[in-house]
Design a protein around this ligand. Sequence first.
Ligand SMILES: [Zn+2]
Length: 597
Amino acid sequence: MNLFDVLKEKINITDIVSKYLTLRRAGSYMKGKCPFHSEKTASFTVSPDKGIFYCFGCHIGGDAIAFIAKVESCSQIEAAKIIAKDYNIELPDSVESADTKDWFNAREYYVKICQLFETWCSQILLKHQNALHYLFSRGLSLDSVKLFKIGFCPSDPANLRSFLEFCKKNNMLIQDLIDAKLLLQAKNRYYFPFEGRIIFSIKDYLGRLFGFGGRAFEDLDNKAKYYNSHDNQYFKKGSLLFGLDLAKKFIQEKGEVFLVEGYLDAVMMAQAGFRNTVATLGTACTQEHLSQIAQYADKVYITYDADKAGQNAVIRMVELCWNANLDLYVIKLPLGHDPASFIQQKGDVTILINESLDIFDFILEDYGKDFGKCSFSEKLKLTKKVVELISKIKDNIKRHILLKRASELFGIPVEMLNNEITALSSQTMLEVKKQERSELEHPETNLCAKTQIRHSNEITLLEKNLFSAIVYNKGDLDLEEEKFLIQFFGSPFKELLTKIHGLKNSEASDTASRFSGLTEEERNLVSSLVIGANDDKNTLNELLAQFYKKQWKLIVTKIKLKISQAQKMGNVDLVKSLLGRLETLRNKILKRGGTNG
Ligand SMILES: [Zn+2]
């Protein structure tokens, strides 16, 4: 039994995909927003019965292993290992022993080092009165400290020695810690880059610990407020979000997420009952952050501190959210407050959330306030920006209402603003046309989609259904009949079936491994064909009967041609065998319930 055989029996593609995006049932399929391209409506489709996925938007498809390989940017074998680990499946020795130093194991080891540091720091915090009291003084409960595994990294030599001792007990080398940048080396001593800081664990959406955020807290501290792990191949500030592993389930439930700036804000929000909260790592929010969030939510709340020059930041968020197809809402905080301090003082943020404004209302209200005081060029810039944002609204009525409000606010006639929108949309049309032209000139960029379009007209539903039934071994079709059958299929079924048939004959003996034997492009194509097939209503026998009936004339002509060739060559045995095949086939079709006319 090979690795893929082992996996196929035990895994469920819906469970695997659900860790990365929210799936909702749609008939016998599950649908969600595609993780491989940005979209507003769900075109990413999973067939639990067939164990495959296919995106009708970007035409990527395959089985569970192909999905993990794509989403984790790793090889098929590495993807299989990830799945095996999740399901606690023991891998065959042949797989385990190969490439022990590969990327997968290196990452596992790095995570293990981080976990040791986390465990130790969280133990230290509970003994460190100053740090613990600081957190309590900010309103955090002990439960929250434990839930988020908050820790403290001390600076004294005794504690450092105890940490090194702790690592030794866990078979971790000092050099490993240095490589992971959790320990630094000065002339004659080691020290922690995080020393004297409260430690927040930064994990990815699957809960893999990739690094830390350190926050200074003591009054006498003159160091920077935050110190984060440096970016490495696993820890990337631009894509990780603090708390996402814990918040994911709640974000999926509500379809909404609160995006805050500080670790304490995120913890306090969760403590106040808003478990669907995540924080950026002290850096600006990126497109990658929002694309990740968009896998689970449609709506994002951001907080806006009135004391900051935050207008530009909000505008930037509008663009980013737009690209990720997220609706943006702004929560206005009273001057001098962040979410954590507000919750600590008032006990709740519900009232602020209820008063939050959708981005357009927010901009009109916020910009309108000081519009009178702006210079002429500022006014012009502001007006254009607002009109540009309004022009992106698809809802005509909403657009009209906002334009009217903007017109009153800026003292500019609605018609003029409307003209500006028309100019903007014709500019967008030009860009779309340019994009289409470029796709035509560079067809290789979207080869698989093109293949699909090219074939879609020539593909009959019957061929598609039969193809799917054959791929999934539904019924008793022996390999010899399958080989015979393939020649009567049109393209691309013929080519794909020939390849799959070859793989069936090889040692790779089940559907999972056959999938893995295909190229990425072939996998996408098979998925697209199979996901649209309706092979459940008919048995393989019924489909075969229909297919033979439809192709009967062609089959007879082909066999008769071969017979006459054999006769010319005087090959009596071949003639007999061909006649026999014709008879067998006729009987088979009769048996399968078809008529051959
Ligand atoms: Zn897609």
